[in-house]
Design a protein around this ligand. Structure first.
Ligand code: PAF
Length: 286
């Protein structure tokens, strides 16, 4: 496995693989890798000849400087894990290598046709613009056949699919396939997240109420005459009743359009909860 820090070296290496007719898979990450990321990398390695993993804490997707500063960084540990599960290249650039000062301060504005106006997009203005800024750049550099993203960040996945399928970009990324992979959970049900590292043992215990409530809501949705609005409210009330948890939003939306829906068919419920100071997200399909 090779660790690469410059765009030029990355392009040269993937070009050499392409000349040999090898297929390329990309797993974009911000490091602090856990079993959720590992599941993406393993799947990528099983479906492509060459696996490229980017490890880059992308400053342009953070609208809170403190959150950016506190984001866990562990390149050495990440690299050891990636080597053991079959990655071929790790791309770990500096922010200055990825962006000019102008791009960093005044990013290009993408139009997501409203997909970024609710849930995470409403709470974190500019977040998805920053995500797509870095992801589209990685797609240009690597020109992968497939790119892998976790379904935990469901709105991110929907927005990246939209960006790749967008008519104004049609053909830009060739036949790139965006592959969404299921959430990986601890045996307790807690969705794996790099942010879990910031939870105390007690907070981790408290956070279990989030997934427990989401699983219970699948049953509530099947009760006679259950409505989306009632289930939404019941999820919020149940989580908020737990000391130490505070729901920022819970919305049941259509899995493709992310628009509010009044049916459980093809619906997904997305939640963000503060567990103490740590912001956790999770979701459940109905
Ligand atoms: O999901 C993440 O970790 C990030 O948003 C991504 C896709 C790597 C872009 O920085």
């Amino acid at each position: 496995m090779q660790i690469i820090t410059t765009k030029a070296e990355l392009e040269q290496n993937v070009q050499a693989c392409k000349m040999k007719g090898q297929t390329i898979g990309l797993v974009p990450t911000m490091g602090a890798l856990h079993e959720g990321h590992a599941s993406l990398v393993r799947r990528c390695a099983s479906e492509n000849d060459v696996t490229v993993v980017s490890v880059f804490v992308n400053p342009t997707q953070f609208n809170n400087k403190e959150d950016l500063a506190k984001y866990p960084r562990s390149l050495e540990r990440d690299a050891a894990l990636l080597e053991s599960i079959g990655a071929h290249f790790v791309f770990a650039p500096t922010p200055e290598e990825m962006y000019t000062a102008e791009e960093m301060n005044e990013p290009f504005r993408f139009d997501f046709n409203g997909l970024d106006s609710m849930m995470e997009g409403a709470m974190r203005p500019g977040h998805f613009n920053g995500v797509v800024q870095v992801v589209s750049r990685l797609f240009y550099l690597v020109k992968p056949d497939r790119a892998y993203f976790g379904e935990k960040d469901y709105q991110q996945l929907a927005i990246i699919r939209f960006m790749v399928g967008c008519s104004s970009l049609a053909g830009t990324f060739g036949d790139l396939q965006i592959i969404g992979c299921p959430i990986v959970r601890e045996a307790s049900g807690l969705a794996l997240s790099s942010r879990n590292e910031r939870l105390s043992a007690e907070e981790k215990q408290t956070a279990l109420a989030i997934s427990k409530t989401l699983f219970a809501s699948q049953k509530w949705a099947k009760e006679p005459n259950a409505t989306v609005k009632e289930v939404e409210q019941r999820v919020v009330d149940t989580i908020n009743a737990v000391d130490g948890l505070e729901v920022e939003y819970y919305q049941i939306v259509d899995q493709t359009t992310l628009l509010p829906t009044d049916t459980f068919r093809h619906a997904i419920g997305c939640v963000t909860v503060y567990c103490g100071p740590v912001r956790l997200i999770d979701n459940i399909k109905y």
